[in-house]
Design a protein around this ligand. Structure first.
Ligand code: GDP
Length: 300
């Protein structure tokens, strides 16, 4: 069994490769839920939905958000009516979100996701990290800002002083899934807002120490491949590069994969992690994704 810790962009790219080279029924994917919230009357679990769409080949992998085959009639009609949506939600994507919102009146998020992933024909196990409500706030010079206001409305432009998020409990099966896996993979996701929320939950670091953990850096040189991870790392006092990410994971990391242009950091990282590999970790083509997946899983 393999467990993967995921956010909603970097790790799903790697998942596209992993799902081509393993039996997907052996995969447990634990997904960040910290940013989940209600928008336009529906529950939005953006990272979970991205993983659902990735695993069912429906993902819009230009935006890493929503479905590739969607239309926007509802969104456009809402705008004409004078209702501005913070998130531009596609019609088919909205249907999934309406179903999840309705299911959650009766069931936990975890159960709702299980029903939806089965309907989408996914045989991997997709586990929300937590069923608890949560909030992420970004402390900027102008004061506290809701995460989505920072990311979408303000396009991640304000200076970041801190990132503050709720403490939540792991969903049923999260700890067991990590402990019982032969291999845990922490994909190239945002260490501060996607992975740290998962590994900070009670019992998760202890479970990770008992198993073999591989991680792929989301940084190339001094910057993240995309998104605000660089600002977040600096706000938390880490270097904005693969060494900084390594410091976040070093207590339980067995194998760390950095980009082949970051060879200069290898010696430094070898003092913290038993195995370090230098590979192409820029995941643009299916070939890039499959190659990296095979290297992580040591498949020739
Ligand atoms: P979010 O939930 O949308 O923030 O997505 P994630 O946390 O899963 O992923 C965001 C991170 O993915 C960013 O820090 C990027 O640097 C990283 N990322 C995006 N594309 C790539 C890629 O092709 N290769 C690597 N190594 N990292 C990537």
């Amino acid at each position: 069994m393999i467990t993967i810790l995921s956010g909603g962009t970097g790790t799903p790219k790697l998942l596209q490769g992993i799902k081509e080279v393993v039996n997907t029924s052996e995969l447990n994917i634990i997904v960040n839920t910290l940013e989940n919230d209600y928008f336009s009357g529906v529950y939005v679990s953006a990272d979970i939905d991205t993983v659902l769409y990735t695993m069912s080949n429906l993902i819009n992998d230009k935006l890493w958000y929503g479905r590739s085959d969607d239309t926007f009639y509802t969104h456009d009609t809402l705008e004409k009516l004078g209702f501005h949506e913070t998130l531009r939600i596609g019609d088919k994507d909205r249907a999934l979100k309406i179903q999840k919102t309705e299911l959650m009146k009766k069931y936990t998020l975890q159960k709702a996701v299980e029903i939806q992933k089965n309907e989408l024909g996914i045989n991997a196990n997709i586990l929300p990290m937590s069923n608890n409500e949560s909030q992420v706030s970004i402390k900027t010079r102008e004061g506290l800002m809701n995460f989505h206001d920072f990311l979408i409305t303000n396009q991640s432009s304000p200076e970041v002083e801190d990132i503050i998020y709720s403490e939540v409990e792991p969903a049923e099966g999260v700890i067991e899934s990590i402990e019982e896996s032969d291999h845990v993979i922490i994909g190239p996701s945002n260490p501060i807002t996607s992975i740290n929320p998962i590994i900070s939950m009670p019992g998760v670091k202890k479970a990770l120490k008992k198993t073999y953990v591989t991680s792929v850096s989301p940084f190339i040189g001094d910057d993240a491949v995309s998104g605000p991870a660089s600002k977040f790392m600096k706000a938390k006092g880490y270097d904005s590069n693969c060494v900084g990410v390594c410091l976040v994971y070093k207590d339980f990391l067995n194998h760390y994969i950095i980009n082949n242009t970051d060879n200069k950091y290898k010696n430094n990282i070898e003092k913290m992690v038993p195995e370090v590999s230098v590979e192409n970790i820029i995941l643009k083509t299916m070939e890039d994704k499959i190659n990296l997946a095979k290297k992580i899983l040591q498949i020739e």
